[in-house]
Every structure is written in C-alpha cells, then in structure tokens.
Write a protein that binds this ligand. Sequence first.
Ligand code: R5P
Length: 289
Amino acid sequence: MIIIPGPSSRELGMKVADLMKAGMVDVKSKTHPDGEVHVRLLEDVRDDVAIIQTTAPPQDRSLLELFILIDTAKDLGAKSITAVVPYLAYARQSKRFLNGEAISVNTVIKILNSLGIDRFIAINVHEREIIKRLNVQADNLSAISLLAGYFKQKGLGKAYVFAPDLGAIDLVREANEVLGGGYGWIEKERDKETGEIRYGSMEIDVEGRKVIVFDDIISTGGTMTEAARILNQRGASCVYAACVHPLLVGNALKKVMFSKVRGVVGTDCVPSVVSVVSVAPLIAEALRR
Ligand code: R5P
C-alpha cells in the first residue's frame, strides 16, 4: 500500500507510512494568486493507496484538497483508494435542527460517494451513524484508549473521568476501561439559535478527586470551560481536559486554561500545540487489516 499524506495531515501521514514500512507519494500544494487550490502528486500511483487528510479548519480548503487528491489518484491509475479522514468536518451538522437548514455532512458524503473511494476511515466522528451514509466500507476508529493511556502513563491512573454532555458518555466509558477510577456525566443543552450552553443537574461526588474531562472536540472551549468550572466548584483536586479533535478556535486554549484546567491533551487528528497523542498506530493497524 502507498500512503499519500495530504497537506493537512503531512506529519501524521509520514508517521503512518513509517509504522507500516509502506511507500509514500508526496503531495505539493499551493494556492494560486486568485485563491484557487492546486495539488500535485509527485510520483505515479498505480497501487492501492491511502490518502490521509484531516478536514480541520480551514475545513473547506482541506475538504477540497481531499476531493481533488482522491480524484487525481484515481485518474493517475490508483488500484484502490482508502480515504483516511482523522477529523470529519461538518459532522455536527448531521440533522436539520432548524427549518430550512442544510444537512451539510450529507453534501460531503455525497461528494465522497461520487468520487468512488473504496474504503473510508475516520476517528471518533461526532455522530457515528453518519458514516453509514457512505456506500463503501467505513470504519470509525476510537482514539480514546490512546488518550486515556497517555494519562495513565503520566500517573493519572484511577482518575475519575467525566463527560461534559450525554454525547460523550461512550467516550468516558471507554476511558474508564483504561483508567478504572469511575465515571460520570452532566446533561448539556445548547440553544440552537445562539449556541448558548445550559447545564442540567448532576449527582456526582468529585471532592478531592483528580478528574479528566473527555470530549470528542474542543472548538471554542465553551463546553470544557463550563465543565471545569462545575468540577472545580464541586471540589475536584485537579481537572484535566482531553479531546480527540483539538480545533481550539481563536482563544479557546487560553479560555480553557483560565478555567483552572491543569492541562489540555489532544491527538494529532488535528495538529495543534496540544496534539501530543498520535493516532498513527491506530490508522496503521486499521490499514493493515
Ligand atoms: C458537542 O456536542 C461536542 O461534543 C463538543 O462538546 C463541542 O463541539 C465543543 O464545542 P465548544 O468547544 O465550542 O464548546
């Protein structure tokens, strides 16, 4: 198999190729003076290929690069194409929440279907049902054990793990399998128009406990900040934030750190200053399978 590291996941793609001892075809990308995207595969691709390209911000550009790369690899004679998309943009817009709203992820999936990929791999897609809309084999891998393992290695075994909304319960259950210190959650409601967050009540005792909040995404940091505030208020001895996709929009990291979070840990599904846990082994294993 040949690995093609897309411009948004260059380092991750190189790590995967290295772990698999697979060949790699480099990509040159640039922006034309008028803003158009230009990508070029620097070698022939006549084999089975895996294109690794996250679609984190700037997501529209990353998506277009992904689509163009798939189309080009196919055009140049790739035998089969696996699209590895560590962070799938628009996955949160998977339903029509408000009248007339676009179900944007469907548009992304329709394009992928029409490009004729052979397999799709994503990691902790926000709404895992989404990938069933693809008409090829689609896997949703989970980086939670890797993240939890990182904390364990740092001496946080037996920490209490906490979900900042109901959508993250599966994540903390999985983290608890590695850490074993118990888990809890709180109900979160987001105003569909304003984005404002409201929390329900919760029955948990974190007094004197080390707590790690696990979420799939930290975007503006609003969810994590609120969770940390509540946990600190309830007497947690320290609070850490873990996420698979550290989008960290604007001053999100500052905001989260300001809410007395001792550390923020993310994965390289989205390259960032907190992306210390690599999902390369996870991808390499899935590609070998
Ligand atoms: C939402 O359900 C997600 O799981 C995250 O909690 C959310 O996307 C985080 O966004 P923000 O950091 O803007 O609160």
